[in-house]
Design a protein around this ligand. Sequence first.
Ligand code: S3P
Length: 449
Amino acid sequence: MASPIVSIQDGAENSQQLLIHPRSEGISVQGKLTIPGDKSISHRALMLGAIAAGETVIEGLLLGEDPRSTATCFRAMGAKISELNSQRVTVTGVGLGNLQEPNDVLDAGNSGTTMRLMLGLLASHSDRLFTVTGDSSLRSRPMSRVVKPLTQMGAKIWGRQGNTLAPLAVRGRQLQPTHYHSPIASAQVKSCILLAGLMVDGQTTVTEPALSRDHSERMLQAFGATLDIDHHTHSVTLTGKPTLRGQKVVVPGDISSAAFWLVAGAIVPNSDLLIENVGVNPTRTGVLEALEMMEADITRLNERIVAGEPVADLRVRHSKLKACEIGGNLIPRLIDEIPILAVAAAFAQGTTVIKDAAELRVKESDRLAVMATELSKMGAKITELTDGLEIIGGYKLKGAEVDSFTDHRIAMSLAIAALNAHGKTIINRAEAASISYPNFVDTLTTILQ
Ligand code: S3P
C-alpha cells in the first residue's frame, strides 16, 4: 500500500493518519478504475430484500461500514443475510409486516440512511418495540424530519430533546394514509415515509420541494409496489399492502465515490482517468453538471441501463477550471459532492459560490464549517456562508495538517486537495473513508504516476 507519495500511519486514539506528499516535479493520475457500489442503492437492496418474500440476490453491494450497519440491524429482526461481499449477497426476506422485535438495541452506526429509512419500517410494525441508536455523529443529527411525518401517520416514537434525537424508541402501530409536504428535498425523508406507507391501508403521498434521488421509487416498483409519480409537483404516491417479492439487484458504482476521481483528474496536470461502471441516475448527476459548468473535460461513454438504473463509464482529463455558481434545484442532485466540489473550486479561476446548501450542516459533520476551516489551513480562500461557501480559486495550496472530523467525504476531499498542494498534507482520522469507500487509499496509490 505504501508509496512514496501516499502512506498511512497510526494517529491518536486508534485513528489513522493519511500522509500525502506529491513530488515537487509533479504527479498525475492515470489509468482505469472501478469504484465501490452505490451506498444508497446498497442500503435499499438490503432493506427491501429483508422485508420482501423470498430471496433477493445483490451483486456489487458496497462493503462500507454503512451498509454493514443496515445488514446487522435487519439480521437482528429476522432477515437472513449471507456474509457481505461485493460479488453476490443473498437476502432471505421475512415478508411484508413480519420484521421481528429485536432482543437488543438496533445500532445504525454512522448511517443516517439506515436510521431514517428503518424508522419508517419499524413505526408500521404493530405491537413491537424497537430501540435505535447510532454513533455520536448520528446521535446529534436531526430525526424530527422523519419523526414528524411518521407521527402525522399515527406513529409512536420517543427520543431525547422532544423526540428529535436518537436513541429513539418506537412502538409499532397500524399507520394511517397521509399526504406529507416535506419542507426539504430529502430522499431519506421521502423514503422513510414511503416505507412506512407499505403497511398502510390506502395511499401515502410525499411531495418534496425539489426532486431528491429516486432509488427507492425505482426499487420499490421493481419489488412489486405500485407507485404513482408526478414529475411536475415532485410527488410520489404509494399504494399500501403490495406483495413484495425478492429480486436480483445489480448495484452500479457510486457516483459520489467517482466524484473524488473526477475532481482529481480535473485538477492534477496531465491526468487522464477512465472510471468504469458509474451510476448516472439523473437524480444524482448534479456533480457532472457542476463540473461541466466549470469546464472540466469529462466524457460519458458506453451509456446503458443495468437492472433499472442508468450506468456509464466516465473519462476525465485535466483541464483549466472556471468558477461557477451552484444552488437551487441542483443542490439535492449533488448534495454529497459539495465538499469535493469545493476542492475543485479552489483550483478554478474566479469566485465560486455554493448556496441553498444549509443541509450540509446536518450531515455526518457540519460540512460547510469543516471544509471552510480545513481547506483554509491549506491556503484556500474559502468563506463560510450561512447556506453555502464562497471560494476564490486559483491560489496555490500548501500541504497542512488537517482533520476529517470523522466524516468520510471530508477525509477523501482533503486527500484530493493534497494531490495538488505543495508539500506534505497529514489528514487526521482518515479511516473515516471506510464508511463509503473502504479501498480509497489503495485506488489512490494505484492511479498515481
Ligand atoms: C441518501 C440521501 C441523502 C444523502 C445521503 C444518502 C439516501 O440525504 O446525503 O448520503 O440514501 O437516501 P438526504 O436525502 O437526507 O439529503
